[in-house]
Design a protein around this ligand. Sequence first.
Ligand SMILES: Nc1ncnc2c1ncn2[C@@H]1O[C@H](COP(=O)(O)OP(=O)(O)OP(=O)(O)O)[C@@H](O)[C@H]1O
Ligand SMILES: [Mg+2]
Length: 266
Amino acid sequence: MLPFLKVEQVNKSFARGAATTEVLRNINLTISRGEYVSIIGHSGCGKSTLLNLIAGLAKITTGGIILDNREVNEPGPDRAVVFQNHSLLPWLTTYQNVKLAVDKVFSQSKSRSERHTWTMHNLELVQMVHAKDKLPAEISGGMKQRVGIARALAMEPKVLLLDEPFGALDALTRAHLQDSVMQIHARLGNTVIMITHDVDEAVLLSDRIVMMTNGPSATIGEVLDVPLPRPRKRLELSSDPTYLRSREAVMRFLYERHRAPSLQAA
Ligand SMILES: Nc1ncnc2c1ncn2[C@@H]1O[C@H](COP(=O)(O)OP(=O)(O)OP(=O)(O)O)[C@@H](O)[C@H]1O
Ligand SMILES: [Mg+2]
């Protein structure tokens, strides 16, 4: 497949006064259209920094990122981000939060009634139509994440960037939302980059898992292919040899070869 997103020789340093810290070194990654790629690595290694560079929310120090033949150097609606903690506007209802993004992106290309229909369609995708008139404070954490995902999907981004989207949720809600995201990915064929700390989540959802070494100067240590056919069913996978092998490869990387810095002296 042709490369859709290309991260080429990217370095990122943060300067503070006279001191600079190199957070990412020599990051190279090519992603095809429709791929689901996870990024996993110990806390502080630079996963969010990498996602922010792709989102255009932080400036690349050296190197370049190309999305669909265009260089990325600022934020844009072609890259929608969902953060660990929802970032909904508290004074707007569920519907209004999604509609705001729809109005912004499609003000020229869709009529008023089309924008309404599109907003409802995206709320349907995440099964949140029933709570469309509720404020964020009136719905659960899992529901808020659903609305955040609907808002991101509604922008029809070229890439969906998820920074630990299920991190703050309890295990059952998390499983439910993972299933929803898998169904949406199967239906729409989005290109997704997801940061996670959860090995099972990474294997269940991804086509490839990018494993990062520890910082400072973190880089991509290994990339694992997850050749499991789709649709994937979590219960059936728990004894699948390919699933178990993939899981073990990630565990070995994280807990043998690149242990958390705080554990290395132990
Ligand atoms: N704006 C900034 N200025 C200076 N240093 C920063 C900035 N943002 C991040 N860093 C540093 O870059 C490193 C990587 O941070 P980052 O948030 O990307 O890690 P992460 O892998 O997402 O961690 P976690 O898993 O805990 O979310 C950290 O050492 C952090 O202190
Ligand atoms: Mg992070």
